[in-house]
Design a protein around this ligand. Structure first.
Ligand SMILES: [Zn+2]
Length: 248
């Protein structure tokens, strides 16, 4: 009942902000699929509500990343309970709830099964700066090694959040990446850059005998440049325009 009355008194501004976030989530899902991050209906995206840090919006179960709609997005609390929406909830909700609980500095969490990141996770090797996306992620990727299984409990989600630590992303070994961001743009572009970095690293390591990487300072400088919020937004906006163009 309390929920109903708070919904009724929600300001137009808050409603508009929620609509904008949901619209970005819809486009984020389409961009991720266009970039090859789909695996049937698996993979999910969540975004914290700006007006209530204890709640987040999340893609529903049984739908592809490119089938998110205004109507099927769920509102979920940090314990993983659905507080609004009637769609089925992903059993791996705890990846999102536990990370958003542990990292108040983050708002968006994306988990997919993108193939090169899965392959790199199986090697247990750290991310190297063999490319510019690699420079963004080197030293920024945790590794979760408890299980290949779905993350279906608070305890498992806590384990993923612990493996993430203060990093930008965490690879679930032999399962898939979890990429975070302050914004949807940061997490989406980050997920695409991580996959690209993993692909290049696998190619370099398969070729064998790579030349030494650039100096730490040189890598850190580039990391600072490509990690600017504006860079993520510009590139996300481009990917959204491209998806819309291709849809005709
Ligand atoms: Zn998964």
């Amino acid at each position: 009942m309390a929920k109903k009355s708070s919904k009724a008194t929600k300001s137009d501004k808050t409603n508009k902000a929620h609509q904008d976030i949901k619209q970005q989530m819809i486009m984020a899902g389409k961009v991720l699929v266009a970039e090859g991050h789909d695996d049937f209906t698996r993979g999910h995206i969540s975004m914290r509500l700006p007006d209530d840090p204890n709640l987040f919006f999340m893609k529903p179960h049984s739908m592809g990343l490119d089938e998110i709609t205004m109507a099927n997005i769920l509102t979920i609390d940090l314990e993983g309970n659905v507080v609004a929406g009637s769609a089925r909830r992903h059993s791996e909700v705890y990846i999102h709830s536990e990370i958003l609980k542990a990292r108040p500095d983050l708002n968006c969490v994306i988990h997919t099964h993108s193939p090169y990141s899965v392959a790199l996770s199986g090697l247990g090797r750290p991310m190297r700066a063999y490319s510019q996306p690699g420079a963004l992620f080197c030293g920024e990727v945790g590794l979760y090694t408890d299980t290949i299984a779905l993350i279906r409990s608070h305890a498992m989600g806590f384990g993923v959040a612990k493996a993430l630590g203060l990093h930008r992303a965490v690879l679930l070994k032999n399962h898939g990446p979890v990429v975070t961001g302050k914004t949807i743009a940061e997490a989406v572009v980050g997920a695409i850059m991580l996959e690209n970095a993993a692909m290049i690293q696998l190619a370099v390591e398969a070729a064998g005998d790579p030349a030494p990487e650039f100096s730490r300072d040189d890598i850190a400088k580039l990391k600072g440049e490509v990690g600017q919020p504006e860079q993520f937004q510009i590139n996300f906006d481009y990917l959204v325009r491209r998806v819309k163009r291709r849809a005709g």
